[in-house]
Design a protein around this ligand. Structure first.
Ligand SMILES: Nc1ncnc2c1ncn2[C@@H]1O[C@H](COP(=O)(O)OP(=O)(O)OP(=O)(O)O)[C@@H](O)[C@H]1O
Ligand SMILES: [Mg+2]
Length: 321
């Protein structure tokens, strides 16, 4: 699963749709090498469609996509994979009638054609990263738990040694504990230098994992900010669900409340939760301390963008959609 550094991705003015309906109205997405960017947005905002256009699974009706500076707008999904793009689509799509290892082999299809000797190393790398998959190597993928299938889908995308991975809702439908484990795995994956663009409904996970957050509404990116510069309340506003839902949008991981004796409350904080606390503390810290925290986090985030807030197109603002 060796990676040779992360790829850069830059999409400008992406337009896409189905039949007479236009779904993307000029989406701009840029991800620097090694950066992790999360796209947030309500149901139907166009997040999955954006990833599909970037992966080449849906043609762009306008705009451009560049990978490492090269225009890839018109090339096939397979050609994108061979240039270092891996993806995990919404719903995961593992092949249930095939074993775990056979699923992983499919992920390495192009790698094996290019360099058959690289397969064993790639498989060892993924099984090392996902010990649960290693234990279940011969098991049918359809009989895996939801969390294990999510790991398999991510593992399969990593088999080709991608330099950028697009991941659509890796934690959807998973318990908080399993989701946290998967997020830790994605965090470990970023350490290999791979660039990541992910759609994540759980804003807490998105803020913990990503260097930068994009908020989509009605087929456009309306907000683009460093994850250090936004909090859950900001996000609730940006998502258009107001303050009332701030608490629920703040994530599905149970937070400890006084007198709570549930197993969740007794569980020690995960690495991710501890990191989240540190981040929150840094936010409250005086300017000097915050600058130091920023400097430290800048090391992991190669590119930080200034906050940009765009308005949704006037036509759809007027309809409230
Ligand atoms: N194959 C399709 N045919 C027609 N319309 C589609 C198709 N796929 C998506 N759409 C429409 O495009 C819009 C954006 O869909 P998309 O799947 O990108 O939403 P999303 O932001 O990923 O939402 P969710 O959080 O529910 O996954 C929706 O209105 C959806 O109905
Ligand atoms: Mg979606």
């Amino acid at each position: 699963m060796a990676t040779t550094g992360g790829a850069t991705l830059e999409a400008k003015g992406l337009r896409a749709g189905f039949g007479a309906a236009t779904v993307l109205h000029g989406v701009d997405v840029s991800v620097a090498s090694g950066e992790v960017v999360a796209i947030l947005g309500l149901n139907g905002a166009g997040k999955s469609v954006t990833l599909k256009v970037l992966a080449g699974l849906l043609p762009a009706r306008g705009g451009s996509v560049r990978l490492d500076g090269e225009d890839i707008t018109g090339i096939s999904p397979e050609q994108r994979v061979s240039r270092g793009m891996g993806h995990v689509l919404q719903g995961r799509h593992v092949f249930g009638e095939l074993s775990v290892e056979q699923n992983l082999r499919l992920g390495a299809y192009l790698l094996r054609r290019r360099d058959p000797s690289a397969y064993d190393g790639a498989l060892a790398g993924v099984l090392d990263r996902f010990p649960r998959l290693a234990e279940r190597r011969g098991q049918l993928a359809g009989s895996l738990s939801g969390g294990e299938q999510a790991m398999l889908a991510v593992g399969r995308a990593l088999m080709g040694g991608p330099r950028i991975v697009l991941v659509d809702e890796p934690t959807a439908g998973l318990s908080p504990l399993v989701s946290a484990g998967l997020v830790d795995t994605l965090e470990a994956t970023r350490e290999t230098g791979v660039t990541m663009l992910l759609v994540e409904q759980n804003t807490r996970f998105a803020l913990d994992l990503a260097d930068r957050i994009l908020v989509m509404r009605q087929g456009v990116v309306v907000h683009d900010a460093s994850s250090d510069d936004v909090d859950h309340a900001d996000l609730a506003e940006l998502l258009g669900i107001g303050r009332l839902l701030t608490a629920s949008v703040a994530g599905r991981v149970p937070t400890k409340v006084p007198g709570d004796t549930s197993p969740a409350a007794k569980r020690p904080p995960t690495k991710r939760q501890t990191a989240s606390k540190k981040k929150a503390a840094a936010k409250k810290a005086p300017a000097k301390k915050k600058a130091a925290a920023k400097k430290a986090s800048a090391k992991k985030a190669p590119a930080r963008k200034k906050t940009v807030t765009k308005k949704a197109p006037a036509k759809r603002r007027a309809t409230g959609r």
